[in-house]
Design a protein around this ligand. Structure first.
Ligand code: ZN
Length: 229
């Protein structure tokens, strides 16, 4: 089937459950594909663009909406079949939690840094094979263990685009056009920023290499910020 997206604000992927190959949604999506659609939305109240994700499968040429849990379950089943057929883990699938005897294996399918699906492989799914032994065999001594959020997220520095955001240190407004500093944090796996006034930052906590975007500031502002380090 063909899924028509709003090209400016929507994009997405589909996964072939047999191969775990990932495609972008600009082609026909075959039956039984697992579909992930992202939508960008600006929310004025919090002065932030958020990304909404929806999930589904294609069945008999129709799109059927699923939630993330349902999709993860379908991926777990597809992953088990992949392991049985090919004797290896599918691409982008890694062990998420240390394998334990007599317990389902907990794996993760990492479509991107922001789209991580938690998979649970039970022995029933592996036709009665013990997932601990089976997966231990496959990964051997290789360190296939996944480290979530192992990127070093940078703090962001920029001029406030509006006066709507408040400083998370002092609670006062950050005036439009003044320098604001964004502290990175994760919400529902998405990278977000908590904004602070320049004067409200404990600069000694930071290293200059942790700052993103410094080059974009006016010369004077850049010089002043650099002097804090
Ligand atoms: Zn402040």
């Amino acid at each position: 089937m063909k899924l028509i997206l709003d090209s400016e604000n929507e994009w997405g992927f589909f996964v072939d459950p047999k191969t775990f190959d990932i495609f972008t949604i600009d082609n026909d999506i075959p039956d039984s594909s697992l579909v992930i659609v992202k939508e960008k939305e600006y929310i004025e109240d919090i002065d932030r663009t958020v990304i909404q994700t929806s999930y589904g499968i294609v069945d008999k040429n129709k799109f059927i909406t699923k939630n993330k849990k349902e999709i993860s379950k379908l991926m777990s089943e597809a992953c088990s079949k992949f392991i049985l057929a090919r004797d290896t883990l599918p691409p982008k699938v890694k062990v998420e939690k240390e394998l334990q005897e007599d317990k389902p294996a907990q794996l993760a399918f990492m479509l991107s840094n922001y789209d991580i699906f938690h998979l649970k492989i039970s022995s029933t799914m592996l036709d009665g094979l013990n997932p601990f032994e089976r997966i231990q065999d496959i990964i051997g001594n290789e360190t296939q263990k996944l480290t979530l959020y192992d990127r070093e997220d940078k703090w962001k520095i920029e001029y406030a685009k509006s006066s709507r955001a408040t400083c998370k240190s002092c609670g006062l407004k950050i005036e439009k056009g003044t320098v604001r500093i964004g502290e990175p944090y994760y919400f529902d796996q998405y990278l977000n920023y908590r904004w602070h006034h320049e004067k409200c930052i404990f600069w000694s906590r930071l290293e200059i290499k942790q700052l993103e975007n410094l080059e974009q500031l006016e010369k004077e502002d850049k010089k002043r910020i650099e002097s804090y380090f």
